[in-house]
Design a binder for this molecule. Structure first.
Ligand code: XMP
Ligand code: MG
Length: 179
């Protein structure tokens, strides 16, 4: 285990098993349709690529970068779009793929925005959700795990751009972000 990690919350094996279940469910729900998977950079990349390989059906990849976070561990509540999607979402079945829903502020802006652009459907898949932190209600169609209110890293998630490559999800030691 990495020295900055206090505790492993979800092992590689637990994540893989859950991602397979989500992929199977998505495969069923979208039978006969083409999915435009929209990953939110950068945290969702690991989940996105694993999930995509568990979906049996036609899928397109697209990415956008938007965040309400700087390098701190609390939300500023302001949504910034740094990189938009390449695809026109009009008449597409969009599946937003996010790493974690915390306050819900990010998704509460994104889902209506994609619907306004004319998407036929907009659904949301997130690996993690912290219900205790929710400020805005967002309907989550596919949720990997509900987790307690702790700052987690690994499997794509970062603190100050580090730890994204850890294969598990771990709780960061407080001293790492308090110094
Ligand atoms: P909101 O609050 O809009 O934010 O739902 C979602 C975004 O917040 C970031 N986030 C975290 N990133 N560990 C992280 O590495 C965490 O525990 C955490 N909680 C929130 C994340 O970027 C997500 O997309
Ligand atoms: Mg993110």
């Amino acid at each position: 285990m990495h020295q900055d990690i206090k505790e492993i919350l979800l092992t590689e094996e637990q994540i893989a098993a859950r991602v397979h279940e989500l992929g199977a469910q998505i495969t069923k729900d979208y039978a006969g349709k083409t999915i435009l998977m929209c990953g939110i950079l950068k945290g969702a990349v690991t989940f996105f690529t694993d999930l995509a390989r568990c979906i049996d059906g036609p899928v397109y990849f697209d990415f956008m970068s938007c965040s309400s976070y700087g390098s701190s561990t609390t939300s500023s509540g302001v949504l910034k779009i740094r990189k938009d999607l390449d695809n026109d979402v009009k008449d597409k079945d969009v599946l937003i793929v996010e790493d974690i829903i915390d306050t819900g502020v990010t998704l509460s802006h994104l889902v209506p925005m994609l619907k306004e652009r004319g998407a036929r459907s907009v659904k949301l898949a997130t690996l993690l959700s912290k219900p205790a932190r929710r400020q805005v209600e967002v309907p989550v169609d596919y949720n990997g795990f509900e987790i307690p209110d702790a700052f987690v890293v690994g499997y794509g998630l970062d603190y100050d751009s580090r730890y994204r490559n850890l294969p598990y999800i771990g709780i960061l030691k407080e001293e790492v972000y308090s110094k």
